[in-house]
Design a protein around this ligand. Structure first.
Ligand SMILES: Cc1cc2nc3c(=O)[nH]c(=O)nc-3n(C[C@H](O)[C@H](O)[C@H](O)COP(=O)(O)OP(=O)(O)OC[C@H]3O[C@@H](n4cnc5c(N)ncnc54)[C@H](O)[C@@H]3O)c2cc1C
Length: 520
């Protein structure tokens, strides 16, 4: 295979870069070793930062978040819910920080309005009565899968190519340039080469490993963060605890659920990144200070991701193993300086700033290719022609039935996804020949993401996949097993009360009917 630009990594940065290059008429291929958003892009909080979180630690990142957040709200409103955000402090939080916060926001150009405690409680009645200060900011909630899928689909409409389950295993370099990249297709067990004028390493936390394949050292820090998903939506606003960033201080409403987190623990490998019971317990302990309901609510899932952070000379882990002091800025490296002219690394940053990261990278690529087209990604809607696959936030049965065909039925009650929506998606996946099966439907929709974690919907949808000739022979049972295993990993650390009963039911159903073992 040949292309002008080979992008390694199908997260929000790699897919955003593909969109930017495709608009400039530059041909590109995106390679992803698993599925789209398998890295940090599918394992984050879903917070479109107003920038306020970084005003004390990283002014540049704060300002970038503000600017990029505003752009994304304009170009991708269908992926974003403009919830607004509140910063609230408790008696135990630093008074100095509370009084400094509005000034720091002002300095960064981030709108921040002081509220009385009474007004804050009226806006969000679930907040603790013990809060002593509140500010309103422009935080929002974003669906990271929707963003990356739109990026990639739109790039494909403009000529880009995308391959999932394709892992870069070797980089062959000649004098001063990469000659070819060796790729293992793990789904079809094939090995193939790609020759490309330029190779971009957009592999997030794996950036050091990819650079090493080309003989280059990129020093990364792995900071693991764990998040918990509640079975319902707890608040309408994003709720932040007003203190220097720490564990368990953000709650983000996302569709029908809320996501609470996060932790920051230094880890030394990217293998088996999973939420631990210790982190889960510590998050639940922290939660009640700002939202008492979080102590007893039902959690349906815990998950963890690794932040791609660059190890700068003074990046010290603090005594609690927390890497929050390390910059959230991004790093664009032209490896011409390492004597490989056609190799670039882009890593670090935030999901909120992905478009800017892609723009800076594409500018460098265009310069190298002598392409004079300007970046268009801030001006053009981030919306592909592919069907919209996401359920609306908090959609009720009543409003759903009003809006949908009379002959349609619901297959996933937790997330209100109908048979026709799944049929539409299956036919699109069949045509696009991308990922296949139940897990692919999960990536492209909210299947298995609600309170039942796949217990009821996954067998119904498997039946539909057979009806639509999307599965053959005993594929169905393997699909169910893979999906339930994947869901079980996220349930294990939060198995108490309601979710324990749910997991027992799921186990009884699948072990009893299908003889499956639900452990991994
Ligand atoms: C716990 C947590 C919470 C966060 N919360 C937020 C938030 O609320 N808001 C926000 O703006 N940001 C947040 N972030 C940061 C944000 O998620 C990341 O900055 C962003 O997703 C990074 O995207 P990326 O595409 O650069 O990397 P990734 O999403 O990690 O993508 C890299 C991809 O490269 C692939 N890859 C690796 N090696 C190979 C190979 N050999 N061959 C092919 N492919 C390969 C991986 O599978 C992966 O999919 C959070 C991060 C974490 C961990």
């Amino acid at each position: 295979m040949e292309t002008e630009v080979l992008i390694i990594g199908g997260g929000v940065t790699g897919t955003g870069l593909a969109r930017d290059l495709a608009f400039r008429g530059i041909s590109c291929i995106v390679l992803e070793k698993d599925m789209i958003n398998s890295g940090a892009s599918g394992r984050n909080h879903g917070l479109l930062h107003s920038g306020a979180r970084y005003v004390s630690s990283d002014l540049v990142s704060a300002m970038e978040c503000k600017k990029e957040g505003d752009i994304l709200k304009k170009i991708a409103p269908h992926c974003i819910e403009e919830t607004g955000g509140l910063y609230v402090a408790t008696r135990n939080d630093s008074e100095d920080y509370i009084s400094l916060f509005p000034q720091l926001c002002k300095k960064a150009g981030i709108p921040c309005q002081e509220l009385s405690v009474k007004d804050a409680l009226e806006l969000e009645p679930g907040l603790s009565n013990d809060i002593v200060a509140a500010f309103r900011v422009e935080d929002a909630s974003v669906d990271p899968f929707h963003i990356s899928l739109e990026n990639m689909n739109q790039a494909i409409e403009y000529g880009a190519r995308y391959f999932s389950h394709c892992k870069v295993t070797k980089i062959i370099t000649g004098s001063k340039a990469i000659q070819k990249v060796v790729v293992k297709d793990t789904a079809n067990k094939k090995i193939f080469d790609i020759e490309s004028k330029i190779v971009v390493n957009a592999s997030g936390a794996w950036a050091g490993e990819i650079a090493k394949l080309a003989g280059i050292h990129v020093d990364m820090i792995y900071s693991k963060g764990t998040l918990l998903i509640t079975h319902n939506r707890i608040t309408n606003h994003v709720i932040n605890r007003l203190r220097i960033p720490s564990d368990g201080d953000i709650l983000v409403p996302g569709g029908t659920v809320s996501i609470f987190g996060t932790t920051s623990r230094r880890v030394h490998t990217l293998e088996r990144i999973q939420a631990s019971i210790e982190e889960t317990d510590s998050l639940v302990r922290e939660a009640k200070a700002i939202l008492p309901e979080l102590e007893n609510t039902r959690y349906i899932r815990a998950y963890a991701g690794v932040r791609p952070l660059i190890n700068e000379k003074d990046s010290q882990e603090n005594s609690s193993g927390d890497d929050r002091a390390v910059s959230r800025g991004f790093s664009l490296m032209d490896h011409k300086e390492d004597k490989i002219d056609n190799f670039i690394t882009i890593t670090g940053g935030k999901m909120t700033t992905f478009r800017l990261m892609a723009e800076k990278t594409a500018n460098l690529v265009a310069k190298k290719l002598k392409n004079t087209q300007k970046c268009q990604t801030a001006l053009r809607p981030l919306q592909s022609k592919a069907p919209s696959q996401m359920t609306e936030a908090g959609i009720s049965f009543k409003s759903w039935t009003k809006k949908h065909d009379k002959d349609d039925i619901i297959m996933c009650e937790c997330e209100m996804i109908s048979k026709n929506q799944f049929k539409h998606l299956i036919s699109w996946l069949k045509k696009s020949k991308k990922e296949a099966g139940l897990n692919a439907l999960r990536i492209h929709s909210r299947l298995g993401k609600g309170a039942c974690q796949g217990t009821f919907c996954c067998q119904r949808v498997t039946g539909l996949m057979y009806d639509e000739a999307y599965l053959k022979e005993d594929d169905g049972i393997h699909n169910i097993k893979d999906l339930l295993h994947e869901r079980f990993v996220g349930q294990r650390p939060i198995l108490w009360n309601g979710q324990l009963s749910q997991a027992e039911l799921s186990e009884a159903l699948y072990c009893g009917f299908y003889g499956l073992e639900l452990t991994k």
